[in-house]
Design a protein around this ligand. Structure first.
Ligand code: ATP
Length: 447
């Protein structure tokens, strides 16, 4: 098993990601582009499965949360009201020696420049706003300035009234959204951990003010459970409450869920008690009344908001790192060889079932076709014809495919196939007629 904190783990996972089409450097043929990444054929499936698992647990399985898909471009006043224009900044310093730009709050304890090692050569820290600015329409003047959203949350706050009145939801209730977010990070890095374009999975949960502490605790526990349920081991995820200096301007309490990345603990998700800050600000700036009238108790209030805010890319990376393993597998000739295996939860695995004819001989191809056609509507499958069967198992193991179905020459007569399990490597003969039900059972409903 790859040990915790293994410095080679990150390198192995990044190599696997590139080699198997999970994640490529963006604009690769031009030498890449500043820590941006593209999700390839398997990566798009993995990340989509992460987002689907989030949506299922946050929206589908609850009757108190609804979804939203707001625009990335919003009225610039939104960002004035939210405080982002004034305070969404990181402290920036320049090294006078090598001109490297760094975040002042992320310098090593030695105070030396992380690029050239020289000491005490930094300029005074100045605030650098992380929002990407652009212009809407053909004229580039102050009146046409717009921002790419630096969080999806504001799209939810400005739709609070629309959603509440159309769905007739009463607090406590939530609005969930998944979408692209942009931050002009000073020092992106660590693969998809910190990039300038990423996806957030955010939910704003509107509650009566006196219930905020209770719901804050509830969501910290609920979100912690989500990572464990999808296979992150307990000792690799921790809850870290912010101390008072660290709190954002809008927060009355924040706890981060952190993962043990190979370089140390890193944030996966923040759960914040945003109080009534955002709704009050938007009411002030827009002139709209964003309070809620509670008929049962005959009282009007501005709801408090509990926000679990997660990153789809960071959790995808955490799931990959937690799943990466190396062990030994039989070659079929009485020997064993090393294998790489992603022990992904079947719900996250990009491919659920691989269909593998034992040989490429024509006699097996019609049956392979028949089995593939029967499985495709139910599961994401891959048909792999190329190479020795042992090598094909290895290829599926390293992308985390939970089950392989092998069609051999006996299948022609007995209409049964061999189902092989990724983790135990156990094999069992299953009749083709029962295959869909059997695979569904083994995958626990993952499709
Ligand atoms: P950090 O302290 O790491 O910069 P943050 O506290 O600014 O993160 P939040 O504003 O709480 O992050 O955003 C919520 C989530 O969005 C984070 O927990 C993370 O998963 C994700 N996220 C934030 N910034 C980035 C980024 N630059 N690249 C990838 N994911 C990010």
């Amino acid at each position: 098993m790859a040990p915790a904190g293994d410095p080679k783990l990150m390198e192995r996972v990044v190599n696997l990601a590139k080699r198997r089409g999970l994640v490529f450097p963006s604009s690769d043929i031009y030498g890449g582009f500043r820590s941006t990444w593209d999700y390839g054929p398997l990566g798009v499936l993995l990340k989509r499965n992460v987002k689907d698992a989030w949506w299922r647990s946050m929206v589908q399985l609850r009757d108190d949360v609804v979804g939203l898909d707001a625009a990335i471009l919003m009225a610039p006043k939104v960002w004035e009201a939210s405080g982002h224009v004034a305070t969404f900044t990181d402290p920036l310093v320049d090294c006078r020696n090598c001109k490297e730009r760094c975040r002042a709050d992320q310098l090593p304890e030695s105070g030396a420049c992380p690029n050239c090692g020289s000491k005490e050569t930094f300029t005074e820290a100045r605030n650098f706003n992380l929002m990407f600015k652009t212009h809407v329409g053909p004229v580039e003047d102050d009146a046409s300035v717009a921002y790419l959203r630096p969080e999806t949350a504001q799209g939810i706050f400005v739709n609070f009234k629309n959603v509440q009145t159309t769905t007739r939801k009463k607090p406590p209730f939530g609005i969930a959204q998944i979408g692209k977010t942009f931050r002009n990070e000073i020092t992106p890095g660590n693969f998809v951990f910190r990039t300038r374009e990423f996806e957030q999975m955010e939910m704003e949960y509107f509650v009566p003010p006196d219930q905020a502490p209770k719901w804050f605790e509830y969501w910290v526990a609920e979100r912690h459970r989500w990572y464990l349920d999808l296979g992150i081991p307990e000792d690799k995820v921790r809850i870290r409450p912010h101390d008072s200096e660290e709190l954002s301007h809008y927060s009355a309490g924040t706890s981060d869920l952190e993962f043990a990345f190979p370089w140390g603990w890193g944030e996966l998700e923040g759960i914040a008690n945003r109080t009534d800050y955002d709704l009050t600000q938007h009411a002030k700036f827009s002139g709209e009344d964003l309070s809620y009238f509670d008929q049962e108790n005959d009282e009007r209030y501005v709801p408090y908001v509990i926000e679990p805010s997660a990153g789809a890319d960071r959790s995808t990376l955490a799931f990959l790192l937690a799943a990466y393993d190396e062990d030994e597998a039989p070659t079929g000739e009485g020997k064993v060889e090393k294998r790489t295996v992603l022990r992904l939860d079947p719900r996250l695995a990009p491919i659920k079932v691989a269909v593998l004819p034992l040989s490429k001989k024509d006699t097996l191809l019609p049956l392979t076709d028949e089995v593939a056609k029967a499985l495709r509507p139910h599961f994401m499958i891959d048909v792999d014809l190329a190479g020795a069967i042992g090598r094909r198992y290895r290829r599926q193991d390293e992308i985390g495919t939970p089950l392989c179905v092998t069609i051999d020459f006996d299948t022609i007569d007995d209409r049964a196939v061999t189902v092989r399990d990724r983790d135990s490597m156990a094999q069992e003969r299953i009749p083709v007629d029962r295959l869909v039900d059997e695979l569904r059972d083994r995958l626990g409903g993952a499709c």
